[in-house]
Design a protein around this ligand. Structure first.
Ligand code: J2J
Length: 554
């Protein structure tokens, strides 16, 4: 019986029964699929993280130790913990430990800072934060203590790395201790395995509202997501997957990502960042067959390979690219330069995953974002009134299916806007469905900037801008960028006589502890911000304006 958690929106009983009857939901948890591989191939390599190589048995044992560690820390089934860890074996073992004990990980991104982590801790009512001691020159221990001070539910911090030397506000514990094998026996052996309906994790939405919302993924739906992606990406026990993007993100986690690789019995190679040299060297050294990138990363790899010819053995069979639209010209260069088939992925943490198929014709692979991975995915393309548009015409994407939840966690008001009464999720993407069923992402009907796959809510940035003295009106919009696709430009009308600078806005956002990628990269001071007939800020006019200004400048 799944634990009931207040604020989780479930599928209606009839849909859940149908998903079970049709076999999409198997009432098996994510770790159970991995346990199958541990049983079948205990001594094959599961994970390579620098000098640390773990077999399936060893990965499982570390997650058992972690499960015992979580229990020692007093965490119980249903408790939430905000997890922000770099790619590494500790992240993997801790994640599995959480899933096995039904402690719910809230999957923060590495770039998140005080502002986002505090919001996530409060929204999820988290009892603990699990973070690294530092990220390059940022002391995350200090960040975590600030978060704990502002989020009353947070009782302690678990640290990957060094503990603080002096006294701290809430207690700090070591992640290494938590993952260390307890002496004598395996105290988690008696733990009940999660039910299919139990919550596996809380993913973050690519924010369109002020701050990210939480997406509840249950074992039933997430395991199916992973299996369907495995089938579409053709992952099997020969797969060697490079996790170079942050594995806390749905793409590298479960589409098929590291979990898909372990479901299939393959090898996961982890890197902390997708640096071109280290990524290509890792592909070459470990015989990587598949990996995932955002378009800017794919472009950097292509350029590096052209100059340095790192890839010689040609082990890479599939390069998945998604998160933002890959330009057609770049798509056409993937296979000739990297020797790998491009697989476009248009996915969302809210569920629906579209992919091109490995044997699709070049035109589909290079110019479309693919089609749903499951026959049970329902997709509609509609106009403003919710009427289906004719095939080939652009419209808003609506979707429903066995791995697309029916509502965000504790967000009733927002849910009434993002979901139709009959359960369709509106992603805010404008798409064209071609006669062959493939989708092309043609635009967006949500107030978000997609900076090379990193999603920035315009509203969130505007809220910070309004805290700067002299800002009368603020509007954040996307400006075109050859590498990232989009960057953030802030339009401001200053109060009369006021002198607003980009530096002031940057300083304010930095001192508020906002993730760096959200900081505006250009400020346009204007006498007036255009509005629409109904009095809303005319973002389209502003996007056209900045595009014109940029092209005049070159
Ligand atoms: C255009 N826009 C895209 C694409 C996502 C795999 C891949 C990506 C994500 C992801 C993911 C796009 N072309 N190929 O979760 O499992 C934009 C859309 C979408 C939003 C979702 C995965 N691929 N997008 O990016 O939850 O606007 O998921 O609605 O972060 O990214 O963002 P997110």
């Amino acid at each position: 019986v799944p634990l009931e958690i207040d604020g989780v929106v479930r599928w209606p009983d009839a849909d859940a029964a149908a998903f079970r009857a049709e076999g999409y939901w198997a009432d098996r948890s994510v770790p159970e699929y991995i346990a199958d591989r541990v049983g079948a191939q205990p001594d094959s390599t599961a994970l390579i993280d620098g000098d640390c190589t773990l077999t399936y048995r060893q990965l499982w044992d570390r997650s058992s130790a972690g499960a015992a560690g979580l229990t020692r820390l007093g965490l119980r089934p249903g408790d939430r913990v905000v997890v922000q860890l770099p790619n590494g074996w500790q992240f993997a073992a801790f994640l599995l430990a959480c899933m096995r004990t039904r402690v719910i990980p809230v999957m923060a991104m590495p770039a998140h800072r005080r502002s986002e982590l505090t919001h996530l801790a409060i929204l999820s009512d988290a009892r603990a934060l699990v973070v690294a001691d530092r990220d390059r020159d940022t002391d995350l221990r200090a960040v975590a203590q600030h978060v704990a001070a502002d989020a009353p539910s947070v009782e302690f911090v678990v640290l990957h790395g060094e503990l603080s030397s002096g006294p701290t506000g809430v207690a700090e514990y070591s992640l290494a201790d938590c993952l260390a094998a307890p002496s004598g026996g395996d105290p988690v052996d008696g733990l009940p395995l999660p039910a299919g309906g139990d919550v596996a994790c809380l993913l973050l939405s690519g924010g369109t509202t002020g701050l990210p919302k939480l997406i509840v993924r249950t074992h039933d739906d997430y395991a199916y997501n992973i299996l369907a992606c495995n089938e579409t990406s053709e992952f099997d026990s020969d797969t060697v997957y490079l996790g170079a993007l942050p594995c806390s993100h749905n793409f590298a986690l479960a589409c098929p990502g590291i979990l898909g690789t372990w479901f299939a019995g393959g090898v996961v190679v982890l890197l902390a960042t997708p640096s071109p040299r280290r990524s290509l060297e890792a592909i070459e050294a470990h015989g990587v067959t598949a990996t995932a990138a955002v378009p800017a990363v794919a472009q950097a790899w292509i350029e590096y390979q052209r100059e340095h010819h790192v890839l010689r053995a040609n082990s890479l069979r599939v390069l998945q690219v998604g998160g933002s639209r890959i330009p057609d010209e770049l798509a056409a260069r993937v296979e000739p330069v990297l020797g790998a088939r491009l697989q476009q992925v248009f996915g969302m943490a809210e569920g629906l995953i579209n992919m091109t198929r490995l044997d699709d014709p070049a035109d589909v692979i290079e110019t479309t974002q693919g089609r749903p991975v499951s026959v049970a995915d329902e997709v509609r393309v509609v106009d403003e009134r919710g009427e289906d548009v004719p095939e080939g015409a652009p419209g808003r994407l609506l979707t429903r299916g066995p791995y697309t939840p029916r509502g965000y966690f504790r967000a009733a008001e927002h849910n009434s806007r993002s979901f139709t009464p009959d359960g369709w999720y509106g992603s805010g993407d404008i798409v064209v469905r071609r006669p062959d069923g493939n989708l092309v992402v043609a635009g967006r009907d949500k107030d978000m900037i997609n900076r090379g796959g990193e999603k920035i809510s315009a509203e969130e940035v505007e809220n910070f801008a309004y805290q700067v003295p002299g800002v009368e009106m603020a509007a954040a919009v996307a400006m075109p960028d050859p590498v990232l696709g989009e960057r953030l430009c802030l339009y401001v009308t200053p109060a009369s006589g006021a002198d607003v600078t980009l530096d002031e806005i940057i300083t304010l956002m930095e001192s508020a502890g906002v993730a760096h990628f959200k900081i505006p990269e250009r400020l346009e001071l204007v006498a007036q911000i255009p509005t629409t007939k109904v009095g809303k800020i005319d973002k389209k006019a502003l996007r056209d304006d900045i595009r014109a200004r940029l092209s005049r400048a070159t």
